[in-house]
Ligand binder design. Structure first.
Ligand SMILES: [Zn+2]
Length: 288
């Protein structure tokens, strides 16, 4: 993409000349300027960069690491010496980049994933009366996160009645979430993949629908222990250890998923952004 005239109606966008340079104070770099010989448009090597017009490029990689290491957005802003709104704006930007990198990374294993585990992790937006479900699929052998999807679910148990009274009817979007999850993993996994999960009633229809040649094994869910944030189980051998351990890692490292915390998700699209950032950090920096 570099060194191409940004003018979309330009007849010959590759016919360009060097045209001096400028010093970018923000990250102390000398940036080459160019001029299009056909239409005269001036641009620079920064024009096509994903960080074009950003004023705090230098914090991007540190922010990614902090957000994937259990630091809240506001505390990251204090540590990095930037405004909290800058962090808010950087979250979707980093997430978009991470999504592209995640997709490219998983393409390497296309058709070579033979064992997967799926599970759901429950969290909330603002209040326990508004729960969210994070559907997660992991590669059992490589311990990579294959996909993460966030969906809205209605409150359950003794909170169900109270939730309807306070917030009205809440649509159950878990089915849509699972659809997105299976649409993402189906092209990556081998058709004869072995799927392990708990006895959630929704899983069998999705597994047989999307992966008809697969083998689905279900296991009874066990009681959690406190050290694993309720995700690691109190039994000697846990057949779903990989996915439960990944869920425990998510809870420990994505600040807003920690149980009994002050930090909560206020906007579920931001939770998805945060999870995609963690997925990149986990798959490509921690598990490398
Ligand atoms: Zn041009």
């Amino acid at each position: 993409m570099k060194n191409i005239c940004p003018n979309t109606s330009c007849a010959c966008p590759t016919h360009i000349l060097r045209d001096g340079h400028f010093y970018r104070r923000e990250d102390s770099k000398l940036i080459q300027r160019y001029r299009c010989k056909t239409c005269g448009t001036r641009f620079s090597s920064a024009t096509h960069s994903p960080t074009y017009r950003q004023k705090k490029r230098r914090v991007n990689s540190s922010l990614l690491k902090l957000l994937s290491s259990g630091v809240s957005m506001r505390r990251s802003a204090i540590i990095l010496g930037i405004h909290r709104r800058t962090v808010e704006r950087k979250l979707p930007f980093l997430a978009n980049r991470c999504r592209k990198l995640n997709q490219r990374h998983l393409q390497k294993f296309k058709g070579r994933v033979f064992n997967i585990q799926i599970d759901d992790l429950i969290t909330k937006e603002n209040s326990k009366l508004k729960p969210l479900s994070v559907s997660i699929a992991v590669d059992e052998d490589r311990r990579l996160i294959l996909a993460l999807e966030v969906s809205r679910i209605p409150a359950f148990g003794h909170l169900a009645h109270l939730a309807v009274k306070k917030y009205g009817f809440r649509k159950d979007e878990h089915g849509e979430g699972l659809t997105r999850l299976f649409e993402k993993i189906t092209p990556i996994v081998s058709p004869e993949v072995r799927v392990k999960s708990d006895e959630h009633q929704r899983y069998p229809s999705y597994v047989s629908g999307y992966l008809p040649k697969s083998k689905h094994e279900t296991f009874k869910s066990e009681r959690g222990c406190i050290a694993g944030q309720g995700e690691l189980k109190k039994v000697g051998f846990d057949p779903l250890f990989v996915v439960n351990h990944t869920c425990a890692l998510l809870r420990a490292n994505v600040n807003r998923l920690i149980r009994k915390t002050w930090c909560t998700t206020k906007d579920r699209s931001k939770l998805k952004d945060h999870l995609d950032i963690f997925m990149y950090f986990y798959n490509q920096q921690l598990m490398r």
